[in-house]
Design a protein around this ligand. Structure first.
Ligand SMILES: C[S@@+](CC[C@H](N)C(=O)[O-])C[C@H]1O[C@@H](n2cnc3c(N)ncnc32)[C@H](O)[C@@H]1O
Length: 330
């Protein structure tokens, strides 16, 4: 799978998903008869942690395991090549459950599937959008947001946003951006406004980390201002070496949703550094075993994060800022 490996952060991400979906259906218990789950990039039913070899349940299986109360309509999207295997495993593991696995490009399929759900658009709906890279089109996010636009609250969206990828494909070393990369970024944002950020970076007006923040901010800004979401919550996820790999961006109109996800993010932000440290330690042991050498430095780890202060809260919501290029137009 290009770009995404099953590191410690995958378990962390899926733990948040499980807890949130559990809370999501619980809040609707005895109130509604239908609950919809949409998984735009469903992956496989089960995966293995690349260090420990332990099985990790994929998002589709997690959604089907939520049972008190369960989701009543589940739609999973995967590529044509991978969808049949996903479907076969899920059918054998959940023989009595109703769900659909759609093989193909979710960006093309989702609008039609939402059309078939029109008569139940009153049902609370959660959409997980977890691409490998930049495959999620803005038009898909728009279709999802429009599904319940006439209601008080829209579909809740949980989007994995690979902001560090931009600093890789939008190069500043003098080489041209490949047209297919520029097209993918256009498609993902649904606008060419990201070019203002890129130009500021090219002109060295902003540092790489500021550019990353601006790219993330532009996505949040658009989710709130163009799609009309009341809150967006970002949480940064880093790999074992401490480099950022993506942001998990949650968009909701629901006060309860915003509170629950803030708590889950606070918990993850507190736990992820220790998980990362364990993963680094394990990797070193495996490397030592493979190469038959002992590290000179025992189990000491570099300090990756400042230690927690008493009473410190690890996640606080802050709204996106008006993008620089819009601010300068005023
Ligand atoms: C990060 S993985 C999904 C992991 C899964 N959500 C989980 O947490 O268990 C992304 C998946 O999206 C699939 N994919 C890539 N492009 C797609 C597209 N345009 N439509 C549907 N699925 C796609 C890939 O085959 C891959 O399995």
């Amino acid at each position: 799978m290009a770009g995404r490996t099953w590191g410690y952060w995958t378990s962390g991400k899926l733990d948040i998903l499980r807890r949130y979906l559990d809370a999501f259906t619980t809040t609707t218990k005895n109130k509604v008869s239908e609950r919809i789950y949409i998984d735009a990039f469903a992956g496989q039913a089960e995966n293995r942690d690349r260090l420990t070899g332990e099985a990790i349940e994929g998002s589709a299986r997690i959604a089907l395991s939520i049972d008190d109360p369960p989701f009543t309509r589940l739609h999973f999207f995967e590529t044509v090549e991978r969808a049949p295997k996903l479907e076969a495993v899920l059918r054998s593991q959940f023989p009595s459950r109703q769900f659909e696995v759609h093989g193909g490009d979710c960006n093309e399929l989702i609008p039609n599937v939402l059309g078939t759900l029109r008569d139940v658009s009153w049902a609370p709906t959660f959409a997980f959008v977890d691409p490998n890279g930049m495959e999620a089109a803005w038009s898909t996010l728009t279709a999802l947001a429009d599904f319940r636009r006439h209601r008080k609250t829209k579909i809740e969206l949980w989007l994995l946003f690979a902001s560090p990828m931009f600093t890789r494909v939008l190069r500043v070393d003098g080489s041209e951006v490949r047209p297919e990369d520029a097209e993918a970024v256009d498609r993902m944002y649904g606008t060419g406004d990201w070019r203002y950020i890129y130009e500021a970076r090219l002109a060295s007006e902003i540092e790489p980390s500021e550019a990353r923040d601006e790219y993330l901010n532009l996505m949040r800004w658009r989710l709130e201002n163009d799609l009309g979401y009341k809150w967006t919550h970002p949480l940064e996820v880093r790999n074992e070496q401490g480099s950022p790999i993506y942001h998990m961006v949650f968009a909701t109109d629901h006060e309860v949703g915003t509170t629950i996800m803030s708590d889950l993010y606070a918990r993850a932000a507190a736990e992820f550094p220790a998980m990362r440290k364990d993963a680094r330690r394990l990797r070193r042991r495996l490397d030592e075993k493979a190469h038959g050498v002992r590290s000179l430095f025992g189990d000491e780890e570099p300090v990756l994060d400042a230690p927690a202060k008493p009473g410190e809260r690890f996640y606080e919501h802050e709204p996106p800022w008006r993008p620089r290029f819009l601010a300068s137009e005023e």
